[in-house]
Write a protein that binds this ligand. Structure first.
Ligand SMILES: Cc1cc2nc3c(=O)[nH]c(=O)nc-3n(C[C@H](O)[C@H](O)[C@H](O)COP(=O)(O)O)c2cc1C
Length: 299
């Protein structure tokens, strides 16, 4: 069983050191390990052509219009497809995950069919490490954990997560022995779940959480209801003896990550495509009024 460590941070930076420490734990627990630094990979951003999605919804294998030799993404895809588990670490940039990690994740649609097939045959699992230079890290973990789930073929297969704050300079984390032990444990946890193939109960984390499905700590006010923004499940918040109590209205089978959720999502995309094809002429005609207005500034 192979665990792939992915760091979106600096060379020898905090993410890299913690990923390697976690991989040591995974290796000691009996897995083969590999490490990649996203900064070494040239990954062009998705252009939004939607060829991958159109092919997927037409029952064809998803593919990308960016040629394989234009960048290193094909190599990244091979490594992701081959791995049985992931340790994914990203620095916090501007309250969320560093862009290079998001670029890699956005391109994922071009191999989604293959990834989902592999994950259906044998589930993949992931753990995350988020690192911030301060405590301005609010959107880091939900987005990073979403990326992790996406690497597992859009399955809620998060095993563990660590948020590290107030480590701005490269390598600072190495001073914290307790943190190093926790990262090692995270690696052991991923290896344990991968080796046991425990898809029913993969989560081994211990961080503060609000949602029992994604183990995230966020709520969002959406159309008058409080929801978990990662799972799209409805929460009710009450207070008992000065403590916040959260109960969940939507069962797991109706979450974003369920078969039902996937069908809803596919339905929404299909209906958008239908509306586009039915109104192609009207879109052309109405958009023409704005097309000639203002030439974009070129670099
Ligand atoms: C462009 C940029 C934006 C950043 N924004 C944040 C931020 O919003 N919150 C935060 O806590 N740290 C922020 N940081 C600090 C990094 O998260 C921190 O230095 C981290 O240790 C980098 O990880 P690395 O050593 O693995 O590269 C930012 C750093 C950069 C370069």
């Amino acid at each position: 069983m192979k665990i792939l460590g992915i760091s979106a941070g600096r060379r020898s930076g905090n993410c890299e050191l913690l990923t390697k420490q976690a991989l040591k734990g995974a290796e000691a627990a009996g897995c083969e390990v590999q490490f990649l630094r996203l900064q070494d990979f040239k990954i062009l951003p998705c252009t939004g052509c939607t060829a991958c999605i159109t092919r997927k919804y037409s029952g064809l294998q998803s593919a990308c219009t960016i040629p394989d030799d234009a960048d290193d993404y094909a190599k990244y895809v091979d490594l992701v497809l081959e791995a049985d588990g992931f340790i994914i670490a990203a620095p916090c940039y501007n309250l969320t995950v560093a862009g290079r990690m998001l670029d890699a994740n956005n391109r994922k649609h071009c191999f989604l069919t293959q990834l989902k097939e592999r994950c259906a045959a044998q589930p993949k699992f992931a753990a995350t490490i988020g690192v911030g230079g301060s405590d301005w890290t609010n959107f880091l973990m939900p987005v990073l954990n979403f990326v992790a789930n996406e690497h597992c073929g859009s399955k809620l297969n998060l095993v563990d997560q660590i948020l590290v704050e107030n480590n701005s300079e490269p390598g600072l984390v190495i001073l914290d022995d307790q943190l190093l032990d926790r990262a090692y444990k995270l690696g052991e946890n991923v290896a344990g779940v991968v080796l046991a193939q425990d898809a029913a109960h993969p989560y081994r984390g211990d961080s503060e959480e609000v949602c029992p499905l994604c183990h995230g700590s966020h709520l969002q006010l959406y159309h008058g209801k409080l929801i978990c923004p990662t799972c799209n499940t409805v929460a009710h918040v009450t207070e008992e003896d000065g403590k916040i109590v959260i109960t969940w209205e939507t069962p797991a089978e109706l979450s974003r990550w369920s078969e039902y959720g996937d069908k809803l999502h596919m339905g929404a995309i299909r209906s958008g495509a239908q509306r586009f094809h039915q109104n192609k002429d009207a879109i052309q005609e109405k958009a023409a009024q704005l097309r000639g207005y203002l030439e974009p500034v070129k670099p």
